[in-house]
Design a protein around this ligand. Structure first.
Ligand code: ATP
Length: 265
């Protein structure tokens, strides 16, 4: 049975962001994004994906007509208040922190407000188990691999129990097993907690397999949005990625992208 949650809707309209002399995003309007959805944010390097997520989280100097979560206007909120609703997990996490994994997640949890240690420990253990990293609990962060640190960063974001989770390439350093494990866990989290998850992905096959909705950015503008199969098409791949590609189903029915050649302009 699918649980029932209060509706979650994130609305973004006319969002622009200029960094230095680069006009990175210009009057970007997204379709309404809903709770329980896993939204894949796609596009070439430099197309503006991180800037969009950072703008939604209030971490980039964006101007917008609307950045709203349900009836709540996020634009005037102080960064800390906004971060409790909309949690951004950056692409790279700090390396030189001499805390154990459990301590680091406890710190993140206690930053939300007072919580008794036994309940806090239960929450930390549950998150570690969900992510299949319980064995790392007593390891120090500065002794972990890049992928293991990424999983701990994800755990730190999850303990905040945000309404919207913005994940910037969380699979980048993960092996194939963990990539699918994390995606299955995110799908389940979105479904069982009514979370809206927006995730930057470079692996289009992962997007085809797990996302409910895809947003394809190109040069700071939205080239396409909709069901992944309607967005990840040969025509869009040619325009956005300059590749000649096919999208075909394997014998198990999963859609996959096959790149035949590069397009040289
Ligand atoms: N601090 C900055 N000052 C000036 N330009 C910037 C700054 N940060 C990013 N940019 C530019 O903004 C554009 C978009 O960057 P962004 O990091 O949002 O892209 P992206 O799609 O996330 O790329 P990637 O897939 O490589 O992570 C790029 O052209 C980048 O050079």
């Amino acid at each position: 049975m699918v649980p029932i949650f209060p509706p979650v809707e994130l609305r973004i309209a006319d969002l622009s962001c200029t960094l230095g002399s680069n006009r990175v995003l210009h009057k970007l309007t997204l379709p309404s994004l809903q709770g329980s959805q896993l939204v894949a944010l796609l596009g070439r390097n430099g197309s503006g994906k991180s800037t969009l997520l950072r703008s939604i989280a209030g971490l980039a100097p964006a101007h917008a007509e609307t950045v709203a979560l349900n009836d709540l206007d996020l634009l005037p909120l102080a960064p800390q208040v906004r971060a409790e609703k909309v949690r951004y997990l950056p692409q790279s996490l700090p390396e030189f922190v001499h805390l154990t994994v459990i301590e680091a997640i406890l710190v993140a949890l206690k930053a939300r407000g007072p919580i008794g240690t036994p309940i806090a420990m239960q929450k930390v253990e549950a998150i570690l188990e969900d992510l299949d990293i319980s064995r790392l609990g007593s390891c120090y962060l500065d002794e972990l691999s890049g992928g293991q640190r990424q999983l701990v960063g994800l755990a730190q974001a999850l303990v905040h129990e945000p309404t919207v989770l913005l994940l910037d390439e969380p699979l980048a350093s993960l092996d194939l097993n963990y990539q699918h494990h994390v995606m299955q866990m995110l799908v389940e989290l979105a479904r069982t907690r009514g979370l809206l998850i927006v995730i930057v992905l470079h692996d289009l096959n992962i997007a085809l397999r797990y996302a409910n909705l895809a947003l394809l950015l190109h040069k700071g503008a939205l080239l396409a949005s909709g069901e992944p199969l309607a967005v990840i098409t040969p025509a869009h791949l040619a325009e956005a990625f300059l590749i000649q590609a096919r999208v075909e189903r394997c014998s198990l029915g999963h859609a996959n992208v096959f790149v035949d050649d590069l397009i040289h302009l």
